[in-house]
Design a protein around this ligand. Structure first.
Ligand SMILES: Cc1ncc(COP(=O)(O)O)c(C=O)c1O
Length: 384
């Protein structure tokens, strides 16, 4: 018999497949798999869970980020000189969305929390600055409160890229996103609330939500679900207008059903992630060769990140022992497209550079066992 080695990956989503398959049967029998029905039910459940308003279930957080910037641009008449400040330590969607909308990303350095440095942001704000996109790296709030105060003081819109933050709570035990004008969460397959691919966007302002609803449905004034289920002859529901050049970004009922089931387990799964992170912290804290990236209390703990001088050596060593860590993230400014286009950034980008070169995400998921964590920590402490 062939011996199968246990591989420990950085992520491993836990899908409640029996529950999902059971409910999927019902959806397919009903014949309605698209926008509406389950997407509307999920939006309501998410609002109840998070306390956030005006939800739109979309096909990804990338779509949500694009819609967020586009809505703000349309509603506030921003022009191509408009600048939006964000972090280079993120997934590329965070800054791509600014460029999709024809606006200018400006990259600010981070501090040791891995999130935007409030002091360095102040130097980048000018008359063209209209918004900040804050990324809650790994689920942590980092400097979000300070950035939120700057936005209020300087009259800037605050967009929260909460791709990692499903189930992140602040010190008042409120779900993150309450202070943001727009908050976006990812339900992509390896995120804390997994589907196959989906995301959600929440708006403080209902008029932005109404605009986003149309923009995410090809710019059409009424979606198919609303037309189908409001069969009142007098309303002429077959009629619709296209007031905007929108996108096909809506989520569907199959993903919404998976999201609804994953949401039921989100707090339980995040508690496991928090426990694992505590064990990592305890076992690694005496190691003077590594820096453990701190998280806010109540973080969803999507990531457990360390900084280490010789990253390549550590990753290769762990891989030889069947452990596959990750890198979240190499700086966006290191990619050829961004290098070529020379975007504005803080004069001193030293902390982002340090993160970009040295960051490692250790395996963090609900299938990890104590012996796996012990093995990972022993290897790290042995080689660094
Ligand atoms: C910080 C961040 N923002 C945005 C995204 C995009 O999310 P999605 O895959 O749902 O489009 C990701 C995905 O990894 C991410 O990590």
């Amino acid at each position: 018999m062939k011996y199968k080695k246990k591989i420990i990956n950085v992520f491993k989503p836990r899908f409640r497949s029996n529950e999902i398959l059971n409910d999927l049967q019902k959806i397919f029998k009903s014949g309605w798999t698209g926008i509406g029905n389950k997407t509307v039910i999920f939006e309501k459940e998410w609002e109840k869970y998070s306390g956030l308003k005006n939800s739109l279930f979309l096909n990804s957080a990338t779509a949500g980020l694009h819609v967020a910037v586009d809505v703000l641009k349309l509603a506030n008449n921003w022009n191509s000189k408009t600048e939006i400040i964000t972090t280079p330590i993120s997934f590329v969607s965070t800054s791509h969305c600014i460029l999709y909308a024809g606006l200018k990303p400006v990259f600010c350095d981070i501090d040791d929390t891995g999130t935007l440095d409030p002091k360095k942001i102040l130097n980048l704000i000018n008359k063209n600055t209209k918004a900040i996109i804050f990324v809650g790296l790994g689920g942590s709030m980092g400097n979000l409160n300070k950035i939120s105060s700057i936005c209020k003081r300087k009259n800037l819109k605050l967009i929260l890229d909460g791709a990692h933050m499903s189930g992140s709570f602040d010190t008042r035990k409120k779900h993150v996103g309450q202070e943001s004008d727009i908050a976006i969460f990812s339900f992509q397959a390896v995120k804390n609330l997994p589907t196959a691919d989906a995301g959600i966007i929440n708006f403080k302002n209902t008029s932005y939500y109404n605009l986003a609803k149309q923009l995410s449905w090809c710019g059409i004034s009424k979606n198919t679900f609303e037309r189908e289920f409001k069969k009142n002859i007098k309303l002429q529901t077959w009629e619709y207008d296209v007031p905007y050049l929108g996108y096909k970004y809506n989520g569907n009922s199959v993903m919404a059903l998976i999201a609804k089931i994953s949401l039921k387990y989100l707090d339980k799964d995040n508690d496991i992630r928090r426990k694992i992170s505590k064990i990592y912290e305890k076992k690694l804290k005496k190691n003077k060769k590594i820096f453990i990236v701190p998280h806010s209390k109540g973080s969803s703990r999507h990531l457990f990140s360390i900084l280490v001088e010789n990253r390549k050596r550590l990753i290769n060593y762990l891989k030889r022992h069947n452990i596959n860590p990750g890198v979240h993230y190499k700086s966006i400014l290191e990619f050829s497209f961004y290098k070529k286009n020379k975007f504005k950034s803080s004069r001193d980008m030293s902390v982002s550079k340090k993160f970009s070169n040295n960051i490692v995400s250790l395996p963090l998921h609900t299938f990890l066992e104590l012996k796996d964590i012990n093995k990972i920590c022993k290897l790290i402490n042995g080689i660094t």
